[in-house]
Unconditional design. Structure first.
Length: 149
């Protein structure tokens, strides 16, 4: 699982300095979409996997708890896959990945699950080439977008 966290509109969305500092503390950097977690900090899913490893669960819970402590309580989680398999299967798998992260986020932060929107985007939005095993591994991910309430 690649865990990509993005804070959409942090500058104009009314996020506090403490919230931005917490995002930076967790390894976020500002990019064209807002704030994203850098490649060295990503957590990747295995092939055809939607289960989180113990290390992934711990990382998600830690990040969720820190951000919730600053008042960040609304987010969207987008699941993604590589291009292997049928489109319908990949759509379902990507949603399972998003839901697995959402469940862990809620458990680790106390944020109500209703505040977390999940989407399965399947193989439609790759971040790397699917022509190599390394690229496919990078595409088996979730993206987390922090939103203002």
């Amino acid at each position: 699982m690649a865990l990509i966290l993005t804070c959409a509109g942090c500058q104009s969305g009314g996020f506090t300095r403490a919230q931005v500092a917490a995002l930076q503390q967790e390894g976020f950097s500002q990019n064209s979409e807002g704030w994203g977690l850098g490649l060295p900090n990503r957590i990747l899913f295995g092939i055809n996997e939607s289960d989180l490893t113990a290390a992934s669960k711990q990382r998600i819970a830690s990040t969720a708890s820190l951000l919730a402590a600053t008042g960040i309580t609304h987010l969207r989680i987008d699941g993604h896959t590589d291009n292997y398999g049928e489109a319908g299967y990949n759509q379902q798998l990507s949603l399972k990945r998003a839901n697995a992260v959402a469940q862990q986020w809620a458990a680790g932060s106390g944020v109500p699950r209703a505040n977390i929107v999940t989407r399965g985007l399947g193989m439609r939005v790759p971040v790397a080439s699917n022509s190599t095993s390394q690229g496919r591994a990078q595409n088996r991910r979730v993206a987390i977008v922090i939103t203002a309430p």
